[in-house]
Design a binder for this molecule. Structure first.
Ligand code: NAD
Length: 299
């Protein structure tokens, strides 16, 4: 079993660190918010006094932070405090450029590194059922895999440095677009006098079939476990979808990729969040579309 430094013990990081401890690893955690560190301590994580203290004896360091600037700042702070050859894993969702910078900083400090963003949300973090999308060398991935297996169910090596973040934002751009498309189909069905159940029965078994419809249906009824059945309590908050769509648009602009539907999805989620629904599940955008788009949002 390894000694693991874990920095960023929030909604995701806290339970992920707890699962590493549950699997028998020695986990030293750090968060700038003492209450978050205390919650992780209740899950078996030993609380360190600083990021440097959390990493100094570690074989592996995991970070789970809000955005690229936090990851670069934290790695910049702690890389010098770790033993040479320590494996650094960043599981935050961040921009591809920052992810590649973090890999370069780790290499310059003599460390191995993997970008390993996740899908599965807080439920997946608690239940150790996350999917990890990884970028890095074969050697670094081979070292990361058994550690990630204590926190997730599916661990995919997507390619070289930054490939995990690339997979994450491509997937979530597709999800944002498909959720809006699913919502639009239900709103149009309502206007045409077609029941939710009838549209679901047809589309779930025909060419309109997609995850947003069959696993996460945005109207109550057809999929009893979907957030639509509990007043759109998240789940996956609209603000996080907006974050991922914005990252996909930054990446598309930098890479020169045409993503017009991704751009429109980002615009719609920005308007939804601005209207006060950032904390609502992202499938709740069906109510926003049903009510008619606010002025300024293009059709
Ligand atoms: P969160 O805000 O709950 O947790 C982030 C934690 O990082 C906080 O506890 C914060 O105090 C801590 N932190 C910030 N700066 C720090 C520093 N310098 N040193 C130590 N700790 C620091 O966010 P979250 O929901 O846990 O998400 C974390 C990451 O995972 C984000 O990148 C997010 O996009 C991604 N993600 C979240 C979900 C989800 O459903 N919540 C799903 C998939 C991916």
């Amino acid at each position: 079993m390894a000694t693991i430094g874990f920095i960023g013990l929030g909604n995701m990081g806290g339970p992920m660190a707890g699962n590493l401890a549950k699997a028998g690893h020695r986990v030293l955690g750090f968060d700038i918010v003492p209450d978050n560190a205390a919650a992780a301590a209740a899950l078996g994580v030993a609380v360190a006094g600083s990021g440097a203290d959390a990493v100094k004896d570690a074989d592996v360091v995991v970070t789970m932070l809000p955005a690229g600037k936090h990851v670069l700042a934290v790695w910049g702070e702690v890389l010098g405090a770790a033993k040479p050859g320590t494996l650094f894993i960043d599981s935050s969702t961040i921009d591809v450029e920052s992810a590649r910078k973090a890999h370069a900083m780790a290499a310059a400090a003599g460390m191995a590194s993997v970008d390993a963003p996740v899908s599965g949300g807080v439920g997946g973090a608690q239940g150790a059922t996350l999917t990890f999308m990884c970028g890095g060398t074969d050697d670094a991935f081979a070292r990361a895999k058994p550690v990630l297996e204590a926190m997730g169910r599916k661990i995919v090596h997507c390619g070289a440095a930054g490939a995990g973040q690339a997979a994450k934002i491509c997937n979530n751009m597709l999800l944002g677009i498909s959720m809006i498309g699913t919502c639009e189909a239900f709103v149009l069905a309502e206007k045409l006098g077609l029941s939710h159940e009838a549209l679901f029965d047809v589309s779930s078994t025909s060419s309109g079939q997609c995850w947003s419809l069959t696993s996460y249906c945005p109207v109550p009824g057809p999929v009893p476990a979907s957030p639509a059945n509990r007043a759109y309590a998240p789940g996956f908050a609209a603000a996080l979808m907006l974050k991922d769509l914005s990252l996909s648009q930054d990446a598309a602009a930098a890479a020169g990729a045409a993503t017009p539907l991704g751009a429109h999805a980002a615009e719609l989620y920005a308007a939804y969040a601005e209207a006060g629904f950032g904390g609502t599940d992202f499938s709740g955008i069906v109510e926003f579309l049903r009510a008619g788009l606010p002025k300024g949002v293009s059709r």
